[in-house]
Design a protein around this ligand. Structure first.
Ligand code: SAH
Ligand code: SF4
Length: 370
């Protein structure tokens, strides 16, 4: 094992990988559990403070390993309580992480890539293009930092109860790094979240969706947005490679697989005025999803500079939702949160100018850089 520049960032290792790491150091595997408890339960990242590890091991750890977090470049507060962090992951790349508090839960929306290659035509991240995949450590660091910023205290119920991969990027296009991150989120020695409280949202990368079905049990949201191939080819271009019939087959397989007898899929459907919001579209949608255990989430389109679409009027969204309800499909209209700080769905682009567009300044004590 090499020291120096090749230090391993331990935030990127799930329990199995961490056990292998300790074996290579000549240590017992249970050290992995101890270390994870320090990092994820107590929020401690300095090896010198991990008092049950023994001095020799702590020295070895600081020689071969590190716990490296991205820099918090900015923090914004929405009038509705939503918080958004701009994290600099390297000199040229930033990502965004959003916390959405609700009365009965706190949802952290995390990014999986810098930008996105899927090029959905209604999405600010898609417009920005693709820069690179995030590492597992960069994905998990978003949760660690948000917990710290939200004042998590060991042993006390955390503000973050749910995690959704609905920030920047297509999580299944970064499968290799997202899978270990999911394992850390679900692991009792990691964040210990229940599988229903961790949601992967995908635009429909079918091969990796099928892989996920066999490898990890988490909630699934599918960005459908159109009920026929002709329209979906335009809105969600990955549809040209994996058309709706293929995607629906993967969805059926996902709910059938593993221990998913109570599982359902959430279909996301962005409401674009005069594009996908007619009752005929609703009729086609019912036909598509009626035999799948699912609910439909209608998302009012969130505008961004240069967008070519308009948000459907509230009465159109209501009429569309009612049509689905009346045909037995549980349909929820997502409330737009954090749009005053460009933190709503599809508005994330890791833009530098965000730093000068602050809706409300953070109180002084929260300005301390990590
Ligand atoms: N890439 C993944 C997850 C990130 S996007 C996916 O596409 O599922 C999270 C959700 O926001 C997706 O359903 C996406 O389609 C939706 N979205 C993107 N741009 C939007 C916009 N401008 N307004 C409303 N929702 C949008
Ligand atoms: Fe990528 Fe999702 Fe945006 Fe499509 S909607 S461009 S998949 S982030």
């Amino acid at each position: 094992m090499q020291a120096g520049n090749s230090k391993v960032n331990l935030l990127g290792l799930d329990r199995q990988a961490l056990e292998a790491f300790f074996s290579r150091l000549g240590e017992k595997p249970f050290r992995a559990r101890q270390l994870m408890q320090w990092i994820y339960h107590r929020g401690v990242t300095g090896f010198e403070n991990m008092t049950d590890l023994g001095k020799g091991l702590r020295l070895k750890l600081s020689e071969y390993a590190e716990i490296r977090l991205p820099e918090v470049a900015d923090e914004q507060f929405s009038a509705d309580g939503t918080r958004k962090w701009l994290l600099r992951v390297d000199a040229g790349n930033s990502i965004e992480t959003v916390f959405i508090p609700e009365p009965d839960r706190g949802t952290l929306c995390i990014s999986s890539q810098v930008g996105c290659a899927m090029a959905c035509t209604f999405c600010a991240t898609g417009k920005q293009g693709f820069n690179r995949n995030l590492s597992t450590a960069e994905i998990i660091a978003q949760v660690w930092l948000a917990n710290q910023r939200l004042g998590a205290v060991p042993g006390v119920q955390r503000a973050i109860t749910n995690i959704v991969f609905m920030g920047m990027g297509e999580p299944l296009a970064n499968y290799k790094h997202v899978l270990p991150a999911l394992r850390i989120l679900l692991d009792d020695f990691g964040y210990g979240l229940s599988k229903r409280r961790v949601t992967v949202s995908t635009s429909g990368l079918v091969p990796n969706l099928n892989k996920l079905a066999g490898e990890c049990d988490v909630a699934l949201a599918v960005s459908l947005h159109a009920p026929n191939d002709a329209l979906r080819n335009v809105l969600v271009p990955i549809n040209r490679i994996h058309p709706i019939a293929e995607l629906m087959a993967a969805c059926r397989n996902y709910v059938r697989d593993q221990d998913r007898s109570h599982a359902h899929i959430t279909f996301e459907y962005v409401m674009l005025e005069d594009v996908n919001d007619s009752l005929d579209h609703a009729r086609q949608l019912v036909e598509l999803v009626r035999d799948i255990a699912c609910k439909v989430n209608l998302i009012p389109f969130n505008p961004f500079p240069g967008a070519v679409y308009q948000r459907s009027p509230p009465e159109t969204i209501e009429r569309f939702g009612e049509y689905l309800w009346n045909r037995g499909i549980v349909t929820i209209t997502r409330r737009t949160r954090g749009d005053d700080i460009d933190a709503a769905c599809g508005q994330l682009a890791g833009r530098v100018q965000d730093r000068i567009r602050r809706a409300r300044r953070a109180p002084e004590r929260l300005e301390v850089p990590v």
